[in-house]
Each structure stands twice: as structure tokens, then as C-alpha cells.
Ligand binder design. Structure first.
Ligand SMILES: NC(=O)c1ccc[n+]([C@@H]2O[C@H](COP(=O)([O-])OP(=O)(O)OC[C@H]3O[C@@H](n4cnc5c(N)ncnc54)[C@H](OP(=O)(O)O)[C@@H]3O)[C@@H](O)[C@H]2O)c1
Length: 302
């Protein structure tokens, strides 16, 4: 398939583009800068220049492809606190690409997060059948799922808060490490007994490919390797890697120590991928988060 990917130059894209090319697909990646375009060319992908606000460009690129994978998200706006603006851009981009795909039965794989279930305080392990009526990023997820009724083979991959590997230079783990360096300690909130799920970037990449190739229309998928690791254990692994102490902070203090991560660090988000594994015969094979934090690559100063 010729696949149009937004966010192809990012962390998940850096695993996914080679995964698709190695399995016989060709890739056209959206690039908003010369640097991102150069990365894509180096990886063997073609480039569509533009950004998420260029809705006509997104429509044209989606129409010219056999399938679409949407990864891009305005993390710069999210980190600056403009969650609403970032989510609105996301939904508008998804709508534009859906315009081009309606009635074609082509695959359209979108991205969401299991953290949204954590923020809803389920109080139990989250599954692919858990849904929410609306909200931040959920509106785009629900819109994508409903595209099945418009003859688009839509699916959504919910990524966990931590997607980790040597390809990860700007996700939650590098952010926690950078806050720990600045603070002189590795922080967790309260007793840190809340759990975060995680997945290796290359396992997640394989799931995106399988979703593109064969997910039934209107399917929510979970990219989960570790179902839930206590955040205190993650903080301790970071402390060991940096040779720093750990410290508990209150929810009120958290923004001062871990910035935008304070909105996520306290969530309890144990998540299952059992249905995803069964549906697509997807089984994570790469190392887990704590195994990777015992290595040194996350702790090398840039
Ligand atoms: N990584 C995780 O742990 C995690 C967890 C949950 C959900 N997710 C979601 O998974 C998706 C991929 O995440 P990631 O970790 O790969 O993110 P990333 O490394 O920050 O990459 C983001 C990608 O989006 C592109 N982008 C950002 N703003 C754009 C804009 N205005 N117009 C066009 N392109 C834009 C970036 O382009 P440039 O290269 O030009 O900057 C980059 O290719 C995102 O939707 C993210 O929210 C990730």
C-alpha cells in the first residue's frame, strides 16, 4: 500500500516508517520543515510538505494514498498548556482526511491514549471496549470510530503514557529524567502506587502496521506491553540511572517540579491489550520499560 503518514518524522514514526517499508509498503510522510523532510528522505519515504493546519493539503495527500496513519499532534501546544487548541487542530485534521477517504473502504488508523481512560478514574483495568462520550482527544477518537459508517476502514491505536525505546528522545521518560536532573531528585506523586502502562516503540509500530493491513472498521486497539507499572518504581529506576534520590511530592506541588506531566503523573491507568492481541495476533516481543531503564541510553546527556 502507499501510505500517507502524519507525524512520520516523530518518535513513533521513526519506528513505523521502517516497519512499513520492510513489509513492502511505500510511505509518504507529512513534513513541516526541511529537517523533518530530510529525515523522511533518509529513511526511504517520500515527502508531502505541509502542516496540520493545511487542511486542503491533508485532503489531497489522503486522497492520493491507499491508506492513512495519523500520528501528528501539536505537543508544543500541549506542553504550553493549550490542550484545547491541540485537540481542536487534531480533530480538524482528522475530519479533513476523512472527507477524502469517505466511501473508499481505505484504512484510516488514528491515534489516542490509554491515559484518557486513566483520567476517567475507571478504578479497574481498562479495555478496548471502554469508551467515553467526549472530551480532550476523545472527540477525535470517537469521530474516527464512527467513520466505519462512511465506508472507511477506521481504527484507533490507543498508546500508553510511556512508549519507550532508544528511539525515544522527547516522550514522558526523557521529560521525567530532565525534570529529575533539574530538581536533584526523581519525583512521584503521593505514595506513587498508581500504575502506568507502557509499550516498546517497535511493538507499537508493528501494531500500527497490522491495524493498517487488517483491523476491522471501527476498532479500538490497545498498544500495551506492560499492563501497569507503579509510578514509584519508574521514579526509582530513574533515580538509580541518575544516581539521585527519589522524593514524593503532593499533587499541588507537582506542577512546580514536573510541569505538564503533573496532569498525568497521578493517574492510575492499568490497561489490557488482550482483545487487540487476539484480534490481530499481535504479541509484544521487545524489552519492557524497567528493563530498558536498567540500561544507560536514557541517561546519556545530549
Ligand atoms: N510517545 C508516547 O509515549 C505517546 C503516548 C500517548 C500518545 N502518543 C501520541 O502518539 C502520536 C505520536 O507521538 P510521538 O511520540 O511520535 O510524538 P513526537 O515524537 O512528538 O512527534 C510528533 C510528530 O508530529 C509532527 N507535528 C507536530 N505538530 C505538527 C504540526 N502542527 N503540523 C504537522 N506536523 C506536526 C512532528 O513534526 P516535526 O518532526 O516537524 O516536529 C512529529 O513528526 C501523537 O499523537 C502522540 O500524542 C504518544
Amino acid at each position: 500500500m502507499r501510505v500517507f503518514i502524519t507525524g512520520a518524522s516523530g518518535h513513533v514514526g521513526s519506528g513505523l516508517v521502517p516497519e512499513l517499508l520492510q513489509h513492502g509498503h511505500s510511505v509518504v510522510g507529512l513534513a513541516r520543515s526541511d529537517a523533518s523532510a530530510a529525515k523522511l528522505t533518509e529513511w526511504g519515504a517520500d515527502v508531502a510538505r505541509g502542516d496540520l493546519d493545511d487542511l486542503d493539503g491533508l485532503r489531497a495527500a489522503a486522497a492520493a494514498a491507499d491508506g492513512v496513519i495519523h500520528l501528528a499532534f501539536r505537543h508544543d501546544a500541549m506542553v504550553a498548556g493549550d490542550l484545547t487548541g491541540a485537540a481542536e487542530t487534531d480533530l480538524a485534521a482528522v475530519r479533513a482526511m476523512a472527507d477524502a477517504l469517505a466511501g473508499t473502504d481505505k484504512p484510516f488508523v488514528g491515534t489516542s491514549g490509554t491515559g484518557l481512560l486513566g483520567r476517567a478514574n475507571l478504578g479497574r483495568i481498562g479495555t478496548e471496549t471502554d469508551t467515553m462520550p467526549g472530551g480532550y482527544r476523545i472527540d477525535a477518537e470517537n469521530f474516527l470510530i464512527d467513520l466505519a459508517a462512511k465506508n472507511i476502514r477506521s481504527s484507533v491505536v490507543r498508546l500508553p503514557p510511556v512508549t519507550h525505546s532508544t528511539l525515544d528522545t522527547s516522550g514522558f521518560v526523557p521529560s521525567l529524567i530532565s525534570f529529575a536532573r533539574r530538581n536533584g531528585f526523581s519525583a512521584y506523586i503521593a505514595d506513587g502506587a498508581n500504575r502506568w502502562p507502557s509499550v516498546h516503540t517497535l511493538d507499537a509500530s508493528r501494531l500500527y502496521r497490522l491495524a493498517l493491513e487488517s483491523a476491522p472498521a471501527g476498532t479500538r486497539l490497545h498498544a500495551i506491553g506492560d499492563e501497569g507499572i507503579e509510578v514509584r518504581r519508574i521514579a526509582e529506576a530513574i533515580a538509580r540511572g541518575l544516581d539521585l534520590p527519589t522524593r514524593s511530592v503532593t499533587p499541588e506541588q507537582a506542577p512546580g517540579y514536573i510541569g505538564f506531566l503533573a496532569a498525568f503523573a497521578g493517574i492510575d491507568n492499568p490497561t489490557s491489550a488482550a482483545r487487540t492481541s487476539e484480534l490481530l495476533d499481535w504479541h509484544p516481543t521487545y524489552p519492557g520499560l524497567l528493563e530498558e531503564l536498567a540500561e544507560d541510553f536514557y541517561f546519556k546527556e545530549a
